[in-house]
Design a protein around this ligand. Structure first.
Ligand SMILES: [Zn+2]
Length: 486
């Protein structure tokens, strides 16, 4: 697993050479559909019924995401000098990125846990320490501040406030609440923008291959938002009959200075994400998403992996850039989704580079019902083949499973129908893995490793437009099955 991802990660920015493109063109001369080159991106899109909308980006260009595939060529395990010491006393900081991922609060542990909530810009906390962790997967050092609310945040995602800045106990008041288009919208007025965390209650996890947060099913029966440094919270929440939650109540722990807003789910495991927004007037707007109503009219965001200076993994001849295969697969998936009545958005509509953080930012601006990142796998062992999907947060597991089942069916019953060994071994499951783009909390978000571009037979298979159409159908069918589930 690690090696596969590492190889996928190790492709440098300079590998998409003219030689590569020439080799592909030679390989597929006379078959324009299959010539997966940069020039063909626009051609692929023209085959679709409409140009997908991509929102404009207004984000910093710092790629502080753990899953960044690019910053991997310079590898060093020598720890750089430590950063400047913090002043004595409480040093407050404010989240300065549009959204900041957080990590486990343990200083030395970089294990991703799905309990780590993404913090919205403007959130304030104080720093209790610093740590520097070597990210084994991405081969780079990362600097963190430990926050009083018990997690780490990367130093470049926050700004230090004036050392004299201080904040007393927070208090929260529900300003208004109600259903808007089926979504539950709760507006909160806070004394200051204290940090919060989101948790599932009643979710079972299990450990596999050293990772602790695999799940067999999404079993949560409650969701809970906990606000730190807060000693008072009040105000009733009005819940519509169509909301995914039945009611909402506050619990205040004065000793630990936390206030939790707990919402039992109407149906165990039926929960589809939340958005958190800090309005200009300081109102915190929390929206709990409604249950999707089937595929017709559903908003699906497809994320063709890699692109531009990042070609992704290279195929068996060293010539087939994964980015182009991913894009063609995404177009095939879009066509299959649109035939079913879905509204499809892309993170990129051309062969351009987007950081993983930018992809998440586009998703947050578009606010889709589901987010699906499309990739191909790679391994040093070129005999390796198979298909797999990945989730990070429990709400995404059912989507990962539904898409995986459809992909597996195509491989077993169509591509490898006459090959007993391949049929038996092609399934690599729907797995937990902390890919950056699967950290979204706003909707179920998954990553697909469609097949191995490093395996001769599987790469050849992926380069056929007919086969990609079948895989696109499978991904669309999986999304439909998920969105239609009772
Ligand atoms: Zn990839």
């Amino acid at each position: 697993m690690k090696k596969r991802i590492l190889l996928c990660a190790l492709v440098g920015a300079v590998l998409l050479s003219a030689v590569s493109i020439t080799l592909i063109l030679l390989h597929f001369r006379g078959n324009r559909d299959d010539a997966l080159t940069t020039a063909n991106f626009s051609l692929l899109l023209q085959q679709t019924t409409e140009t997908p909308a991509t929102p404009s980006l207004q984000t910093d260009t710092t790629d502080y995401s753990i899953g960044n595939y690019l910053n991997t060529t310079e590898t060093t395990t020598t720890e750089p000098p430590t950063t400047a010491p913090l002043p004595t006393g409480r040093q407050f900081c404010v989240i300065s990125s549009p959204f900041a991922d957080t990590w486990s609060g343990l200083a030395s542990d970089d294990t991703f846990t799905p309990m780590c909530t993404t913090l919205v810009q403007g959130t304030i906390d104080y720093i209790t320490g610093q740590s520097r962790v070597f990210d084994e997967e991405e081969k780079e050092w990362r600097d963190f501040y430990l926050l009083a609310s018990g997690r780490k945040v990367q130093t470049d995602a926050v700004q230090l406030l004036d050392p004299s800045a201080n904040y007393g106990d927070n208090n929260i008041q529900v300003v208004s609440s109600g259903t808007d288009g089926g979504n539950l919208v709760i507006r909160l007025r806070c004394a200051w923008n204290a940090p919060y965390s989101f948790e599932f209650s009643g979710q079972n996890y299990y450990e596999k291959n050293g990772k602790h947060y695999h799940i067999t099913a999404f079993t949560a029966d409650k969701i809970q938002f906990t606000f730190y440094h807060t000693t008072r919270a009040e105000g009733a929440v009005n819940i519509g009959a169509d909301s995914v939650v039945t009611n909402a109540y506050w619990t205040v722990d004065e000793q630990n200075k936390t206030a939790s807003l707990t919402m039992p789910l109407r149906v165990v495991g039926q929960y589809y994400g939340y958005t958190m927004q800090l309005d200009a007037d300081g109102t915190l707007v929390l929206t709990i998403k409604k249950k999707p109503n089937g595929i017709v009219g559903a908003r699906v965001m497809l994320d063709p992996g890699h692109g531009g200076k990042d070609p992704g993994a290279l195929g068996f001849s060293g010539a087939v850039p994964e980015a182009a295969v991913n894009f063609a697969l995404a177009v095939a998936t879009k066509q299959a989704l649109e035939r079913r009545g879905a509204i499809v958005y892309f993170t990129r509509t051309d062969d351009v580079y987007l950081s993983l953080e930018e992809r998440k930012q586009i998703a947050r601006q578009t606010n889709p019902d589901v987010f699906v990142s499309i990739h191909c796998n790679a391994a040093e062992n070129k005999t390796r083949y198979g298909t797999s999907t990945y989730y990070f947060r429990p709400l995404s597991q059912a989507l990962a499973q539904a898409v995986y089942q459809q992909l597996l069916s195509v491989y077993q019953n169509v591509f490898y129908a006459g090959d007993a060994e391949r049929r038996a071994r092609v399934g690599e499951n729907a797995n937990f893995h902390p890919f950056s783009v699967t950290r979204l909390e706003e909707c179920p978000s998954i990553l697909i490793e469609t097949g191995y571009v490093t395996n001769d037979r599987e790469c050849t298979l992926l380069l056929s437009a007919d086969n990609r159409a079948k895989l696109g159908e499978a991904i669309a069918a999986g999304i439909e099955a998920y969105l239609s589930a009772k």
